[in-house]
Design a protein around this ligand. Structure first.
Ligand code: 6R9
Length: 646
């Protein structure tokens, strides 16, 4: 730990929405009087019918129920588009920069309104009705935003699937959501490489009999196979539809979207977010955490396939009438200065990215940063995984020239928005700490039994009460929602993260304490990778753990036992890596595969991952008690093999 503390710049304390006195006063109020606090915060949205009830939440495992503003009526797309199209029609809503730096688009709020209406009319003509689910499998192009907002406009529920996922992963998500319409593109482009999205959809749909319509956005113009009666090019469908479309009045608790995320067991969960609470929370956090004012140019590098893209590329900034930059490419293409060149080209003032991106750019050296100006930058942010102090300090000193506060924002797909974070005008920063809770958020640290620990301490991170952006259920499986988040500790939401709290009350997230690993800021369930591996005909058994990785934070380490008669070879290891890429997607590729004759199991047959984790970390000295293993000699074998690889 660096131990260094960074004070709030005086000018910022004076100009920011929230300074430290205001933080302390408002935080106290938000906890003592949640109804009063959140009622007044909801005034930032336009309501068709105002709510009379604010918070109505129970964490009692027998009837977990979370509702906010439940009798209010509003429309998310209206709040993100129309009201700004009226007030600031010529302000740029979406600044788009393509994978190729020569491709740029600036879409004003007036244009956004037209695009969203047209897309909404196309959906309607395709038979989409209020409450229907629509799966979106698109690259980072403005049409992804139009499609999401169009669904919201007519009361349909979007389910965005990251365009890096395989046909199989896509199929599972389409079926679970019960979508009958899929929106995709001919191809995507990232880092100069084409991704055959339409072909992936075709493969996925072989397993999705319920899909009757596919809308194909032309991105590269490549001629793709089109199935008669099912597939339609978006631009053909949009020709001739009206450019205005009324908004559907939605209940605050009507679903807005489903987003699939990995858990420690089973298949990915459909995290369900609803309309009113989610939008109040995304909007408020976006404005205060990033101190985003009227003339800021805000850039969050996340893909809309992840929750950060939902809340902080799209819904938060647009609800606030801000200019949000959308980037199709990758940080290193065509050169490692790309991020900083984009910042200079568009005069970006607020920049939000992931620690893994920072670490990979750090590896290219300071010159690639220093050759650019970055004078427009005011605020920097990170999200997705714990940031190591070394990367934090580099981000602060080199990217921000020592001028820009860093907001290290801790949150989850499930939380809808940022929960623990510094506020730029209020919070002294400690590199590596997400610092203090946002308004209305009550974190606590518990021991294994669920006892709340006071003062400076370490343990598991829970939340004691609800906030408006919280997920409402697992789509189609409320029991799984209760089981996953509310059964470990009675009356508390369990985050799955470990945390330390220091003597100043600052939180330091230490990482997942369950079988979820965080690879380059992407959540992966070890169970998902294992089931992909055992689906290979030559694999008998697999156990997957995370291990420390310089750039990605965590890498994927897979222990594999083969079927009788199969021989472990490097070729087979490569084949298995390719297999997992194909089954789940490139983000799930194992970084290391170790063949094993056996896995360490208890007598009841449970794999002891603790031991596998230690071996993957090369930490052979502290394996702990191995006497309960069915066959302790397995461990010696594993260590021998591990050491022979070096
Ligand atoms: C927003 C997002 C959630 C998990 C979360 C935690 C890790 C996210 C973090 C962080 C330390 C931060 N995480 N932000 N850990 N510091 N600032 O990333 O959602 O993809 O659902 O991942 O990511 O482990 O539990 P999601």
């Amino acid at each position: 730990m660096s131990g260094e503390v960074f004070e709030v710049p005086a000018a910022l304390a004076a100009s920011a929405f929230i300074d430290n006195d205001k933080y302390l006063e408002l935080y106290k109020r938000s906890i003592e009087d949640p109804d009063g606090f959140w009622a007044s915060m909801a005034g930032r949205l336009d309501w068709i019918k105002p709510f009379t009830r604010v918070k109505n939440a129970s964490y009692d495992p027998h009837h977990v129920s979370i509702r906010w503003y439940e009798d209010g009526i509003l429309n998310a797309a209206y709040n993100c588009v129309d009201r700004h199209a009226d007030r600031t029609p010529d302000k740029v809503a979406i600044l788009w920069e393509g994978d190729d730096p020569a491709e740029q688009r600036a879409i004003t709020y007036r244009e956004l309104q037209e695009e969203v209406c047209r897309f909404a009319n196309v959906l309607k003509e395709a038979g989409v009705r209020r409450g229907d689910r629509v799966t979106i499998y698109l690259p980072m192009i403005p049409e992804a935003a139009f499609a999401m907002l169009a669904a919201a406009r007519i009361g349909a529920v979007h389910s965005v699937v990251f365009a890096g996922f395989s046909p199989d992963s896509l199929a599972g998500r389409i079926r679970d959501a019960g979508s009958s319409l899929v929106i995709t593109a001919d191809e995507g482009i990232r880092g100069g490489r084409k991704v055959s999205l339409k072909a992936n959809v075709d493969a996925a749909l072989e397993k999705c009999p319920g899909v009757s319509k596919v809308l194909v956005v032309r991105r590269t113009g490549k001629a793709v196979a089109m199935q008669d009666g099912r597939d339609v090019y978006y631009d053909d469908a949009a020709r001739g539809v009206a450019s205005d479309c009324p908004v559907s009045p939605m209940g605050a608790e009507d679903p807005l979207f489903i987003l699939y995320t990995s858990g420690s067991t089973g298949s990915p969960k459909g995290v369900l977010h609803t309309t009113g609470g989610y939008l109040v929370y995304a909007s408020l956090t976006h404005q205060w955490v990033f101190d985003c004012h009227e003339d800021d140019i805000y850039w969050c590098t996340a893909d809309v396939g992840w929750v950060t893209g939902h809340s902080y590329v799209l819904y938060g900034p647009l609800a606030n009438g801000a200019t949000t930059l959308m980037f199709e490419g990758v940080p290193s293409h065509p050169n490692p200065s790309r991020f900083w060149e984009v910042i200079d080209r568009h005069k970006v003032t607020i920049f939000y990215t992931a620690p893994t991106a920072i670490r990979s750019l750090m590896a290219h050296g300071e010159e690639a940063v220093k050759s650019t100006s970055r004078a427009s930058l005011r605020i920097l942010g990170t999200v997705g995984e714990p940031i190591n102090p070394e990367a934090w300090l580099w981000y602060h000193r080199v990217v921000g020239d020592g001028r820009c506060p860093i907001v290290d924002t801790w949150w989850q797909t499930e939380t809808g928005g940022i929960l623990i974070t510094p506020l730029p005008g209020a919070t002294r920063l400690k590199p590596g700490s997400a610092t203090r809770p946002f308004f209305g958020v009550e974190p606590a640290i518990v021991d294994a039994l669920g006892n709340v620990l006071e003062g400076a301490t370490e343990g598991n991170l829970v939340l004691l009460s609800s906030w408006p952006g919280q997920m409402r259920t697992v789509y189609g499986d409320h029991d799984r929602f209760v089981q996953t988040y509310f059964s470990t500790y009675k009356g508390m939401y369990f985050t799955g993260d470990g945390a330390r709290r220091d003597e100043d009350g600052y939180y330091w997230i230490t990482g997942r304490v369950d079988d979820v690993i965080n690879v380059a800021g992407h959540r992966m369930g070890t169970a998902e990778v294992e089931s992909a591996l055992v689906a290979h005909p030559k694999v008998a058994e697999a156990a997957v753990v995370g291990y420390p990785h310089d750039i990605k934070g965590q890498g994927i380490y897979a222990y594999v036992t083969l079927m009788e008669g199969e021989t472990p070879t490097d070729t087979l290891a490569t084949e298995l890596t390719q297999w997992v890429r194909k089954e789940i997607g490139p983000i799930a590729s194992p970084d290391k595969i170790q063949f094993a004759v056996g896995l360490p199991k208890t007598r009841s047959g449970k794999i002891m991952r603790r031991i596998l984790r230690k071996i993957a970390e090369d930490d052979f000295g502290s394996l702990g008690d191995t006497s309960t293993l069915a066959d302790p000699s397995v461990v010696t074998d594993l260590i021998d093999h591990r050491q022979n690889r070096h």
